[in-house]
Design a protein around this ligand. Structure first.
Ligand SMILES: *[C@@H]1O[C@H](CO)[C@@H](O)[C@H](O)[C@H]1NC(C)=O
Length: 244
């Protein structure tokens, strides 16, 4: 199978999405004494515009298992929501699509903090969704960062982030020895690590097609697709250790 750069995810994720479509969640974010978890899936083959919402946005590709484990651990009315964003990469316009997701995540976070008295927010992201969450925090795609809100970001776990940047610990996790296809600048990666390294883990396995820029071969794609499964338990242990 021929896989085109920027578009290869579409070919593989379409197969994984044969599951029946779940009922659409209410895109409301009630205040909770527990944690509010916002999770972003990876891109699929639906050619949704940057301001649109992917019809599969609630199929979280395994992130829901992590969210549910954290909800069980924290209790107190904790809940999760899937980020309603385009979840789409199209050749040449992935930059604006990711930016559309950043706009949505930042506005949901700002609104939640402004309304709620003890905001504790946990971010999860896989693949393009991980890049969206990274850009949401540090201000990618020409958006501002969330510096004024960082005390309300309690924890996060990202998997297979194409913007994974090697050499920033403790943020970096997994055993990748290479940087991602859309790696951050040194100043952005330093900002991310300095401000979120104690509470966010960015998991990348060696040879992953996206986060390790491992190419589009079958092994690299398989590693990318397995990221949440491979690192999920480690992420649950980490999240539960930093959320009090
Ligand atoms: C990287 O870690 C994964 C998951 O633990 C493991 O399966 C894989 O063999 C490791 N790869 C290398 C090159 O060490």
């Amino acid at each position: 199978m021929v896989r085109l750069p920027l578009y290869w995810l579409s070919a593989v994720t379409a197969l994984a999405l044969a599951a029946p479509h779940v009922a659409r969640q209410a895109d409301t974010y009630p205040c909770t004494d527990g944690v509010f978890i916002l999770a972003a899936r990876g891109a699929d083959s639906n050619m949704v515009s940057p301001i649109g919402v992917d019809p599969n946005y609630q199929d979280l590709e395994g992130l829901e298992n992590i969210a549910n484990a954290v909800i069980q651990h924290v209790g107190k009315g904790s809940y999760y929501r899937a980020l309603p964003y385009a979840a789409s990469i199209q050749p040449g316009v992935d930059f604006v699509n990711i930016g559309g997701g950043v706009d949505k995540a930042q506005s949901i976070i700002k609104d939640y903090v402004s309304r709620c008295k003890n905001p504790r927010i946990v971010l999860l992201g896989y693949s393009t969704g991980a890049q969206v969450m990274t850009s949401t925090l540090i201000g990618g795609q020409l958006r501002g960062n969330l510096d004024a809100y960082k005390q309300y970001i309690t924890a996060g776990a990202l998997f297979g982030d194409p913007s994974f940047t090697l050499g920033y610990e403790p943020l970096d996790a997994g055993n990748s020895t290479t940087t991602g296809a859309s790696a951050r600048s040194a100043s952005d990666a330093t900002y991310f690590n300095n401000n979120y390294g104690s509470k966010v883990r960015n998991y990348c396995q060696d040879k992953d097609a996206a986060c390790a820029n491992g190419g589009l071969g079958d092994e690299a794609v398989a590693i990318h697709l397995a990221a949440v499964k491979v690192y999920g338990q480690d992420a649950i242990n980490f999240l539960n250790s930093v959320i009090h």
